[in-house]
Design a protein around this ligand. Sequence first.
Ligand code: 13P
Ligand code: 13P
Ligand code: MG
Ligand code: MG
Length: 380
Amino acid sequence: MRTTVSVIKADVGSVAGHHRPHQEMLNYAARKLREAEETGLLGSGYVTHCGDDIILVMTHNKGENNPEIHGLAWSIFKEVTEKVSRKLKLYGAGQDLLSDAFSGNVRGLGPGVAELEFNERGSDPIVVFAADKTEPGAWNIPLYRIFASPDNTAGLVIDPKLHDGFKFEVLDLIESQVVTLKTPEEMYDLIGLIGTPGRYAISKIYRAVDDEPAAAASTTRLSLIAGRYVGKDDPVLVIRCQAGFPAVGEVLSAFAVPPLVSGWMRGSHRGPLMPVSFRKGQNVVSFFDGPPRVMAMGWQVSNGRLVGVEGIEPADLFEDPFWEYARQKAAELAVYLRTMGEFEPARLSHEEMEYTTLPQILEKLKPRFRPVEEKQVTEK
Ligand code: 13P
Ligand code: 13P
Ligand code: MG
Ligand code: MG
């Protein structure tokens, strides 16, 4: 049986700055998803949030980029904006909805999308990650560790199905081009590209031995669509696990040492990606609007539906006390980076600040610059 997992997310407004959505927004979205289950459009629909982003996790049999599924997500985000966010004057109401020109697909309009269509195996565990206060390139290091590094993923060495490696689809977010690279043969080329996460982001991964889809990530860059700063593009990611894919434990272990990612305060800083438990309410930012964080939801995809630990409630994969270690490490790194204030590399590079309000400040200084020669003359 072919099943599609569609994860579609957007920030359409939040309480207390960029903290979290209002509960009414989540309730509204949950009602709409339940209706879609009742009409048979969805097998399952689950709504949650990561920081100020609403995450819709849906299963269905309509394939990727389906107008009905994208239309459902789009109408949920629009209606939540109009009926709740604007009414309550929430912060950044409708933030990620950059255009009204919906014509069957939300890609390019603001919401982030990660979709995987596959033939269900005898048992199909998936992990859905959602991050706040960062960008799609934040998945580059974890995805490299999970699917290309034998130091992270024992299965690359041990499991014959993983041993042939994976094919990475890498998007050039500036030029809107895509390239496919195969590991382990082209691992160094892959690193050469994805080492620049603000420009190159992994969008899809396939298992090399049979081209089975293994992972899908959202790759929206709002500022490149809008031409101005509109918050970061807090990304989502779906990974299939076990029995010929990386084990859930291998997937999670890629987050044990927090990578530094772009985002955080005003989308203008580098900070550690902190793995958090949503059941413990850690999926909301506070310190300097951060640090950037990631949550991990575990499900079985069974007969077109999501099976969690109780009904549809997902396993909270960063709840284990082990992750206190990574959280502590991330907190230390976060405090350390803040000692640098607005100096690179704690603040993003000049090029990456292009879509923020910093260029307006620097513009004012322009008339005051004079040639170096002139200065030397006056000093004589
Ligand atoms: P089990 O033998 O418990 O199925 O575990 C195998 C495995 O994949 C561990 O990561
Ligand atoms: P979001 O991208 O999560 O909306 O955050 C924007 C921001 O400016 C945080 O300081
Ligand atoms: Mg926001
Ligand atoms: Mg956000």
